[in-house]
Design a protein around this ligand. Sequence first.
Ligand SMILES: [Zn+2]
Length: 240
Amino acid sequence: MWRSRVVVGLLAVVGLSLGSVGSAGARPAGLPPVVSHVPTSDKVVFITIDDGWYHDPEVARTLVEGRVPASLFLLPGAFSYDAGYFTGLVDEGRVRVENHTVNHPDLTALDAAGKDAELCGAEERVAAAFGRSPKLVRPPYGAYDDAVRLAAKACGAKALVTWTYDFTTWGDTPPATPALRSGDIVLLHFTPGLGADLRRALDAARAAGLKPAALMPYLRSSGVLSSGALPARASGALTS
Ligand SMILES: [Zn+2]
């Protein structure tokens, strides 16, 4: 009898902590939120740029001279052979490098050790190259489940970030440009077309009266990161 109560209690705790996958704001305790849009009425959008394979100097100038805040979800293989391109952006611009795994797998298809190797491995490589541990994870393909969220948390993630709109041009024709709204998260990629895609995104933001803003402070101030998710002393440090 005693033993069965303990088992039932344990199951209840596991059920609470795993729960169902939800959007930011409604989430089971213990898991980092998954954010595709930031709940804010401020006139801001969030620029995110993924992978990092193509290093266009013109894009770097746009980001640095325009003081454009952006989250870069980079693969170690894409910055290791030309880290200077990105350290220049970090040092001179308003970008932060975040976690996009080591090898860009579908994390939901990996076992626990595989998830850990991809997420903690990338965390360590980003920290070593840029002097700051990433706080955000973008799961490749936007594929996640509760086990991925737990693994991300164990590797330092405060949130998983997907996107509201993908502005990337993969073929000859750009995707339709949506009307952006406050709190939207724009996805771009370091492709040869990034210069044009970034201009299109910045123009769409301007047309909607929105300015690019840094993601982490807004995740904190909008309540997406619960008060318990971050130690109080980190509030200043995490502007980095
Ligand atoms: Zn990617």
